[in-house]
Each structure stands twice: as C-alpha cells, then as structure tokens.
Ligand binder design. Structure first.
Ligand SMILES: Cc1cc2nc3c(=O)[nH]c(=O)nc-3n(C[C@H](O)[C@H](O)[C@H](O)COP(=O)(O)OP(=O)(O)OC[C@H]3O[C@@H](n4cnc5c(N)ncnc54)[C@H](O)[C@@H]3O)c2cc1C
Length: 402
C-alpha cells in the first residue's frame, strides 16, 4: 500500500485495496466478504475494543424486536443467511462463533398486549402455562407471551468478533490497528476547493483519506474507494450524516448450565443465556448520554430491576462483568447502506440495536454493490442515506428519535 502521496498523484486501479474505515463488526464482515470475492481490503481501526461488536448481546431477533416494514424484511433476509455466513467464518478461522437458534420468548402482562405486538403473526402465542414451560421460574408479572423459535443468538463478544478477525486475516485482509481516520479528501479539495458537509450524490469524488497512525505519524493516503464503517462515530467523518450514539449498559451473571434455554426479551431488559450458563443481561438505551463513558448506578439498577421482574431466581446468581458501548443510531433506527454522498465512498453504518443480526446481509449487499454485482433483491434501496432528505439532514438531532 503506498502512503504519503498527495491526492491525485496516482491513479489507483480496480485492484487497489478498498479502505474499510472502522474495524468493528460491520467493517470486519464487509472486509471478509470483499476478500472472499478476491477484492483486497485494508481495515483502518482506531480502537478495536471500543467497537459495539464487543458490547452487544448478540441477539438475532428481527421478530422478537418487533421490527416492521423494510427493516423487518432486511432482518429476516439476514437471519436466513446467518447459518451459511457463520459456517464460512468458522471454516476460514477455525473458530466456533457460538451460533444458537434457540428461540426467543417475549413476555407480556396481558394477552391483549401480546396480540397487538407488531410481529405477533410470526410467533407462537403463549398463555401463562406456556410461558412457564418455555421459561421456568419466570416472574409472576407475565401472563402471556410470544415464542419466536426462528430467532436466536450468537456469542459476538467472546467468539464471533475474534473469529471474524481471524477469517479476515486468513483471506488476506490487511489491518492497521490504532489508526484513526481524520478526514476524507475529495478531488476538488486536493485541487484546493472546500468540500460541502454533505455534497450532492455524484458531485464529488473521493481521492484520499487523512489518517494518524498508532505511532503518531499523520499522512494522506490516496484511495478511490472506501466504506464508512465507523459505527456511532460515523458522522465525525461525514458531518451531517444522521448517525448518533445511543449508549447501552450491560452486565452478566453466571447461571447454572441449562437453567434457561430461550432468550427472554422483556420490556427494557433482556436475558441471553449462553451455552455455558453465562447470562448476558441488557441493556439501557441512553441517547442523552452522548459519548459519555462508563457505568452509572441508575443504569445498572435498571438492569437489576429488569432481572428481578423477569427471572427473580437469577438475582442470586454471581455477577461476572459489567460493560457499556454505543449503538450507531439513525432517525428511523435503520442502517445507511450503499452509495454515500461522495463518489467512491460507500456506507455501511447506522445499524443501531440490530447490527449483529444485520451484519451478514449488510456485508453481502454492500460488497455486491461495490463489486458491481447484480442482485440484492431490491433490499438496498430502502436504506440509502438520502431517504432523510439532503436539506433536513443537517437539522436532525439525536433527541428527535430513539
Ligand atoms: C448495549 C448494546 C447491545 C446490543 N445488542 C445487540 C443485539 O443483541 N443484537 C444485535 O443485532 N445488535 C446489538 N447491538 C448493536 C450492534 O452491536 C451494533 O449495531 C454493531 O456492532 C455496529 O457495528 P459497527 O461496525 O457499525 O460499529 P462498531 O462495532 O461500534 O465499530 C465501529 C468501529 O469503528 C472505529 N472507528 C470509528 N471512527 C473511526 C475513525 N475515525 N478511524 C478509525 N476507526 C474508527 C471504532 O474504533 C470502532 O471499532 C447492541 C449494541 C449495544 C451497544
């Protein structure tokens, strides 16, 4: 990879690596997909440990989350692809990802609430006896439920992320860890003109990225194609892009192996039992926290209250870990996928609370578009960034949604 040249001094060819800006879950999934199709990719990653991919609960839950419209269709398409996607990652990495299509139970206080749930038609209705059968020792508050046997989970935090990294390396993906992308440079800027925050599509062409390496060296790296996979931080590279952080706090408990076989998705709190009995508990949703780091007593208490309501017995299980991270949210809580506002810049960001679920389809669709392949079943169109309107984009604020 050549570095340090002024933008425009080199004409890259189709064999130049695609730069993946951000090495979280989506960046890794995309780099792997491109490399599998013979396209070189270089991942520029500021800090692997801050990625939401290491934070998430790993639920694969288009139905339990009550998704609707194009987002439900995208989630269902991804869910269908996940077994084969995981098999490819496991084969390339030699590591298991901890995929379990274990079913998810959504409990309700009444049958009327259950029947009004957006995805009720996709689930099996449960009465109190059914709930007790699926979730032994469930709290007394819950009188009805929906079982979505097709939904599941993957052990993203301990397994999937590491397996993806190794699968990428196996396929020849290059990594620069500790490398912060500072800005994007267009051809016009290379020639001395200022870039508008959000330029009209087709108006400008990406020419380079400015970056700072782990050793402090700053340089301008020519590139014609890059994919913005910066998660919650994406708008820092494309000001005005409607992506903002929604902080989430989590904790885990060690339960007896097999105590819980289904994921339990309650209002405000969910319980995700791993195969070894670890119970992952999430999550707060704090758009007002911005990028404020750390645990808070209120956030951790909220999770404890949720545990007490869903599975009172779990209050006695030993605590293991507590952590937090930032979901990349958009005003309609759906991702930004496909061509970006600058020629040569692609978007794969804004996956909010469903990035683990959507990684497989996002990688397939964006890699396919970048490689000029037909297909995608028209799934990409609904997730183009311009759906928010160019003029409005600059006015959107985090508090307007989520
Ligand atoms: C508490 C919580 C629970 C969740 N639970 C679930 C769940 O159960 N199921 C589900 O499907 N999804 C879940 N999610 C959502 C999921 O984790 C995210 O949607 C997904 O990880 C987003 O992936 P990403 O690659 O876009 O962002 P990230 O994984 O956050 O990665 C972004 C990366 O970009 C890097 N970066 C940013 N800016 C720069 C820059 N300028 N230069 C270089 N690198 C940069 C960062 O260092 C980071 O590593 C959850 C998220 C949270 C926070």
């Amino acid at each position: 990879m050549s570095t340090g040249a002024h933008p425009g001094t080199r004409t890259p060819t189709g064999s130049d690596p695609v730069l993946i800006l951000g090495g979280g879950l989506i960046g890794l999934a995309l780099a792997h997909e491109l490399a599998r199709h013979g396209r070189a990719a270089t991942v520029l990653s500021r800090r692997r440990s801050e990625a939401a991919g290491f934070v998430a609960a790993g639920m694969l839950a288009p139905h339990a989350e009550g998704l609707e419209g194009p987002l439900l269709a995208l989630g269902q398409a991804s869910l269908a692809r996940i077994p084969a996607w995981v098999a490819r990652i496991e084969s390339d990495s030699g590591l298991a990802c901890g995929l379990r299509i274990c079913g998810i139970v959504v409990p309700f206080a009444s049958a009327a609430e259950r029947d009004a749930y957006p995805t009720a038609a996709h689930g099996e209705p449960l009465d109190r006896a059914g709930l007790e059968r699926e979730v032994p020792a469930i709290g007394p508050l819950w009188q009805a439920g929906l079982l979505f046997p097709q939904d599941g989970q993957i052990d993203n935090r301990r397994r999937l992320m590491r397996a993806l990294e190794r699968a990428c390396v196996h396929r020849g993906v290059r990594f620069e860890e500790g490398c912060e992308v500072l800005g994007l440079v267009t051809e016009a800027e290379g020639a001395g003109h200022r870039r508008k925050p959000i330029a009209p599509p087709g108006g400008e062409q990406l020419a380079a990225v400015r970056l700072r390496r782990a050793d402090g060296q700053e340089l301008t790296l020519p590139c014609r194609e890059a994919v913005l996979c910066g998660g919650a931080w994406s708008a820092r590279l494309v000001p005005g892009l409607p992506v903002f952080p929604v902080k989430g706090q989590m904790l885990s408990l060690q339960g007896p192996i097999g105590a819980l076989s289904r994921v339990v998705f309650g209002p405000g709190t969910y319980l995700v039992p791993r195969e070894d009995g670890l119970l992952v508990v999430g999550a707060t949703s704090e758009p007002e926290a911005g990028f404020g780091e750390g645990l808070t007593p209120a956030g951790q208490r909220q999770l404890q209250v949720g545990i007490d309501a869903l599975l009172p017995a779990a209050a006695a299980w030993p605590p293991m870990e507590r952590w937090w991270g930032f979901r990349p949210c958009t005003p309609d809580q759906a991702p930004l996928l496909g061509e970006g506002p600058i020629g040569g810049l692609w978007l794969a960001t804004g996956h909010h609370r469903n990035g683990v679920l959507l990684a497989a389809i996002s990688a397939e669709l964006v890699a396919g578009a970048l490689l000029g392949q037909q297909g995608g079943d028209g799934l990409l169109e609904a997730f183009h960034w311009s759906r928010f309107g160019q003029g409005q984009t600059m006015k959107l604020s985090p508090s307007a949604s989520c």
